[in-house]
Design a protein around this ligand. Structure first.
Ligand code: ACO
Length: 402
């Protein structure tokens, strides 16, 4: 309980809103979200339409530059990106220094942070040309950085980008090809990856995007701001939930597929267990992204004739939870992370890489918010207030009396 009189600071009343449940931090023209109705639009375009008609790179362009690209602009953007996919050779040496079992999100955040040491010519947040150079470098190189992190974990040589391939195909090749064998990129996997990246591309003022804005508000460069966003995304209550969700489904399978037992555990207030992939701060009806991914999940498993017991458990869990008063009363529905892990598994992506894929998808959103913040003439450094609850003034006792 907070003593209401303490909300009066020296400059007037302070709003106390733990976790910013109901506090707007900014105006924004990027993403519209109606949590009650389950609506999500990027720059006015419904997520369902973007998922059906666009590639991830078109959506990235839309988020960052504000409009869908013409064919000429798209060709130019793709061409520019493809010329920046390589990492500086000294940067690829970093990977020798990381332990083999390092989490790829830790590697991703570190290498992106280090980009500000390699690209010192694009650090000024107030120079549009430098900002554009850092945007291109980030979007182009993040899949390479991510794939190299995976190659490190499996002890395989890094596969350099092949720029004739499109963004998602190139990433899959860097992940799964080995120099000694031919590798054919599967178009079903490319399509599924495009879809997953699109539905993750922005989600207004979520934890990682707010972090990117917060760090960027001090005029820290774009690489440093995005590296902070990657750290925020890693947590299991945010982007890390897709990895945690598949681990939970695996655990249920190993434990005899007793779905009801886990639903009961999640309802028990005496333990901290939560159903991963359920609930959302903003969506209190359904998560439109989960609907899109669930359909894609059905499609890819059927088309590839994959029988995954995890998917059957997920379907059963969804049904049991959706009919349970605990979940109904609290408006807890499957979120985007509930099915994304099953699709990643079908593509062959290992669990530790799930959140890394989320980061690649969310990158254009982070960039768009960082750019929007800097374009705002009323921009201020983010500096929340607090309500102090510590001791009142007291004298320092002599060390012998403490
Ligand atoms: N399982 C069981 N109970 C839950 C769950 C869950 N997954 N989520 C929320 N609840 C319960 C809480 O215990 C609480 O119950 P109470 O009112 O009896 O105390 C009530 O629902 C409200 O939950 P809060 O934690 O207050 O909701 P909040 O908006 O702060 O949290 C969050 C949202 C973090 C997503 C939460 O639902 C959660 O932990 N979900 C599991 C993790 C997850 O899937 N995260 C991914 C989010 S989507 C994304 O980042 C892409």
């Amino acid at each position: 309980a907070v003593d209401i009189s303490k909300l009066l600071g020296s400059t007037g009343y302070i709003t106390l809103d733990e976790g910013y449940v109901n506090t707007g931090a900014t105006t924004s023209a990027i993403t519209f979200l109606d949590g009650e109705k389950g609506i999500l639009r990027y720059r006015g375009y419904p997520i369902e339409e973007l998922a059906a008609k666009c590639t991830f790179i078109e959506v990235a362009y839309l988020l960052i530059y504000g409009e869908l690209p013409t064919q000429a602009k798209l060709d130019h953007f793709r061409d520019t990106l493809s010329r920046h996919t390589m990492l500086h050779e000294d940067m690829s040496l970093f990977y020798n220094g990381f332990p083999r079992d390092a989490h790829p999100m830790a590697i991703l955040g570190s290498v992106v942070g280090a980009m500000s040491t390699f690209y010192q010519d694009s650090l000024d947040p107030h120079d549009p040309e430098q900002v554009d150079a850092s945007i291109v470098r980030l979007v182009a190189k993040l899949p390479t950085i991510a794939a190299f992190a995976y190659k490190k974990s499996v002890g395989q040589p890094q596969m350099y980008p092949q720029n004739s391939l499109d963004y998602c195909a190139n990433f899959l090749r860097m992940m799964f090809a080995v120099p000694s064998e031919n590798y054919e990129v599967d178009q079903d996997f490319v399509d599924a990856l495009n879809l997953l990246l699109i539905v993750h591309a922005d989600h207004e003022q979520n934890c990682s995007t707010s972090t990117v804005r917060m760090v960027g508000s001090s005029n820290a460069n774009l690489f440093a701001s995005i590296s902070a966003g990657i750290s925020a995304l890693w947590g299991p209550l945010h982007g890390g939930a897709n990895e945690a969700c598949v681990q939970m489904l695996e655990q249920i399978r190993r434990d005899g597929s007793n779905v009801k037992k886990y639903v009961d555990m999640a309802k028990d207030k005496n333990n901290n267990f939560r159903l991963m992939g359920f609930g959302h701060r903003v969506y209190k009806n359904f998560d439109p992204r989960a609907t899109i991914i669930k359909a894609a999940c059905h499609r890819i498993l059927k088309k590839q004739a994959i029988k995954d017991p995890i998917f059957d458990i997920a379907l059963e869990l969804e049904q049991v939870a959706l009919n349970d008063p605990y979940f109904i009363e609290r408006k807890l529905y499957p979120n985007v992370d509930f099915y994304s892990g099953v699709v990643y598994r079908a593509i062959g992506i290992p669990e530790q890489m799930f959140t890394v894929l989320f980061a690649i998808g969310r990158l254009p959103g982070w960039i768009a918010h960082w750019v929007e913040m800097h374009a705002n003439p009323a921009k201020k450094i983010c500096r929340p207030r607090q309500v102090y609850t510590g001791p009142t003034e007291r004298p320092i006792p002599a060390i012998a009396d403490r």
